[in-house]
Write a protein that binds this ligand. Structure first.
Ligand code: ZN
Length: 404
């Protein structure tokens, strides 16, 4: 047994057992029933039966375009129904008048960590109007907060086919540190499903990266795009590394049509991200998971020009998904919890995730009997540990935690 830096006695794990969790450096090195007879070098706390959960994973957010930490900005509607192009114009107007990316994104990172998020995937604007300034800002932010949260970056290219220079910009972004190839609606925004997907998959292959595309296109158009994504994923041997975010179409079409596409997604191991947005149809979580499709959660927009809601709390997101999905049984609530923990950890490829010996000690302590109750009650996060270090306490981010 290596020397222990930290022991959390009487910690209730999601499996119902009460254990002493021993941590050495950044990892869990001991799990022992009750409280263990071990000497501790640094720190020891008796949790008194409080629940310890693995750190939460926000599988999809937009740090660079949040206005969290800025002044409140009343929502602006599109002039004639929802329109992605007009929403992007509103976003650019807000960004031109808003606080700096470092202030806005930093405030959101700190709030998310205080709510138990220890990993996130963020989609960063790759847009010829911004050049690579957003990517550079998020890369600097990732470095600043590297000891409190792991940040995976998707290069969200807006206009690979329709805006000259975007393709080259995404190519450069992937070379400079973006981890995943991103984009937007192959049909309605880019105007050519096959040409857009061909370009996206070629960039992924050239840079050895995965893919995560926003897909709002609904109905048969959306299903067809998903089918083509699945086919290209198999052809490129990218199984397990491709995501369709939102995929509203899966919630809009008859069940048998949805199931045919679900089979294609499962065969290609293409995952689906949902945030159960507002009053919009969204993918049927249980039916997809029963068909073998990985479905995971993300917050998506948080207090930005798209909508005013959210503060980065993944337990709240799990509750919303469960509520809108009609989840009531313990098995269903466990599914909602899985969507903010193990499922996105698998999709993001987070190594050594979980509450087992050898795992990174990314932990959230709450007063609840089990994970299902945590989803329903969203209790205060008593403590959040990142790699064995306390980074938030009582729902408050600890300033010393980041590389400030
Ligand atoms: Zn998004």
């Amino acid at each position: 047994m290596p020397s222990l830096d930290l022991v959390l006695d009487n910690a209730r794990l999601p499996d119902g057992t009460v254990q002493a969790i021993g941590i050495s450096g950044s990892r869990i090195v001991m799990l022992a029933e009750g409280s263990a007879e071990v000497s501790v070098g640094r720190e020891r706390h008796d949790l008194g039966g409080a629940l310890v959960l693995p750190g939460f994973v926000d599988g999809h957010n937009h740090l660079d375009t949040t206005f969290f930490g800025d002044v409140w900005r009343p929502h602006q509607r599109c002039t004639a129904g929802f329109n992605v192009g007009e929403r992007l114009a509103i976003q650019k107007d807000w960004l031109a008048r808003g606080a700096s990316l470092a202030i806005r994104a930093g405030a959101l990172v700190e709030r998310a960590v205080s709510r138990g998020t220890t990993h996130m995937r963020t989609h960063v604007e790759i847009d010829t109007d911004f050049g690579l300034t957003h990517l550079e800002g998020i890369l600097a932010l990732r470095e600043k907060y590297r000891d409190v949260v792991s940040i995976q970056i998707v290069g969200l290219a807006r206009g690979l086919l329709v805006r000259p220079g975007t393709r080259e910009l995404l190519d450069e972004a992937l070379a400079q540190g973006a981890d995943v190839v991103g984009g937007l609606d192959s049909a309605s925004f880019e105007g050519d499903i096959e040409a857009h997907l061909a370009l996206v998959f070629a960039l992924a292959e050239r840079h050895g990266k995965g893919i995560d595309l926003h897909l709002h296109d609904g109905g048969q158009l959306g299903l067809h795009t998903l089918d083509r994504m699945a086919a290209r994923t198999r052809a490129a041997s990218l199984e397990g590394r491709v995501v369709a975010s939102h995929a509203y179409a899966l919630g809009e079409v008859p069940r048998d049509a949805m199931m045919r596409t679900a089979e294609n997604l499962a065969a290609a191991n293409v995952a689906i991200m949902t945030n159960a947005p507002g009053d919009h149809p969204f993918p049927p979580v249980l039916a997809l998971r029963d068909a073998g499709v990985t479905v995971f959660a993300g917050n998506d927009d948080i207090r930005d020009s798209w909508w005013p809601y959210g503060d980065g709390d993944m337990l709240e997101r799990a509750m919303m998904i469960g509520y809108r999905s009609g989840f009531n049984t313990d098995d269903e609530l466990a599914c909602a919890f899985d969507m903010i923990t193990q499922a996105p950890a698998n999709v993001l490829g987070i190594p050594d995730y979980g509450l087992t010996i050898g795992s990174l000690a990314d932990l959230v302590v709450v007063d609840a009997d089990h994970a299902q109750m945590a989803v329903v009650a969203r209790p205060v996060r008593r403590g959040v540990y990142k790699s064995g270090r306390l980074v938030a306490r009582g729902g408050v981010f600890l300033d010393h935690a980041a590389n400030l």
